[in-house]
Design a protein around this ligand. Structure first.
Ligand code: ADP
Ligand code: MG
Length: 238
C-alpha cells in the first residue's frame, strides 16, 4: 500500500485545458472520492494517474516513487472502469487471472489469489462461467476481482456503479466500502453522484472545469461549503 501525491498537474488537449494546476495528497489507506459534473476532468485525472494519459505538466508520486514517466504496467495500481471490459470468451477465473498471467505470475499463485478474491467478493460459485452468463452486478464484481488479484498499491475506480440499476448501486456501494475496510488499499473513486461521495469518502475532492473547488471530509463539506457551486452540488443549505 502507498499514499499518492499529485503535484501541479495540468492537462491540455490542443487549446482546451481540462486540468488546471491540480494538487492533492492522499494518505496511505485513504478512500478519496473525486466528484464533479460531467466533463470536469475526473476521468482525465485518473488516466494520468494510471499512465494512460500524459500530463502536460506536473508530477505524480506513488509511495516513494516518482511515476510521472512510468508505463501503466509499472505503476502497481489497478483501475476499475465503468464498462467492465471483460473478455467474453474467457471464464470468470481466466478473466480474473489474465493480468497476472501476462505478468508471468506462476499458475499456482494465480489460482491462490483468484480463489481468495472470489471468496471475498462472493463470486466463488461463478468462476467457471463466462461473462454473458452473469448479471451486471456479478460482472462488476469480476472487474473488481481482477483488480484485487493484482494486489496493487492503489485502486482507481471510474464510476464503477454507473451501469447498475439504482437498487444494485446502493448495494454494491456498501460492498465496495466494506471491501475497502477489509483490504485498506488506498483508493481514488470517481463519481458524478453526490450521494456516493457523501456516503463513501474519507475525503471528497470536488471539481469544476478542471479545477479543485474544495477538499474536505463529507460532513465539513456539507456544513462549510467553500462556495455556492459546492453548496449546490453537495445539496447543503449553503
Ligand atoms: P469527466 O470524467 O469529469 O466527465 P473527462 O476527464 O472525461 O471528464 O473530460 C474532461 C474534458 O476533456 C472534457 O471536455 C472532454 O471532452 C475533454 N477530453 C477528454 N479526453 C479528450 C481527448 N482525448 N481529446 C480531447 N478532449 C478530451
Ligand atoms: Mg468520466
Amino acid at each position: 500500500m502507498a499514499g499518492i501525491r499529485i503535484e501541479h498537474v495540468t492537462k491540455s488537449y490542443g487549446g482546451l485545458t481540462v486540468l488546471k494546476d491540480f494538487s492533492l495528497d492522499i494518505a496511505d489507506g485513504e478512500f478519496v472520492v473525486l466528484v464533479g459534473p460531467s466533463g470536469c476532468g475526473k476521468s482525465t485525472m485518473l488516466k494520468i494517474l494510471a499512465g494512460l494519459e500524459e500530463a502536460s505538466s506536473g508530477k505524480v508520486t506513488i509511495g516513494e516513487r516518482d511515476v510521472t514517466d512510468l508505463a501503466p504496467g509499472d505503476r502497481d495500481i489497478a483501475m476499475v472502469f465503468q464498462n467492465y471490459a471483460l473478455y467474453p470468451h474467457l471464464t470468470v477465473r481466466k478473466n480474473m487471472g489474465f493480468g497476472l498471467k501476462m505478468r508471468g505470475t506462476e499458475a499456482g499463485e494465480i489460482d491462490r489469489r483468484v480463489t481468495a478474491a472470489a471468496k471475498i467478493l462472493g463470486i466463488d460459485h461463478l468462476l467457471d462461467r463466462r461473462p454473458r452468463a452473469l448479471s451486471g452486478g456479478q460482472r462488476q464484481r469480476v472487474a473488481l476481482g481482477r483488480a484485487i488479484v493484482r494486489e496493487p498499491l492503489a485502486f482507481l475506480m471510474d464510476e464503477p456503479l454507473s451501469n447498475l440499476d439504482a437498487k444494485l448501486r446502493v448495494h454494491t456501494r456498501a460492498e465496495i466500502s466494506a471491501l475497502h475496510k477489509r483490504l485498506g488499499v488506498t483508493t481514488i473513486y470517481v463519481t458524478h453522484d453526490q450521494t456516493e461521495a457523501m456516503t463513501m469518502a474519507d475525503r471528497i475532492v470536488i471539481m469544476k472545469d478542471g479545477e479543485i473547488q474544495q477538499i474536505a471530509h463529507p460532513d465539513t463539506m456539507f456544513r462549510e461549503p467553500a462556495n455556492l457551486f459546492v453548496a449546490g452540488f453537495i445539496g447543503s443549505p449553503g
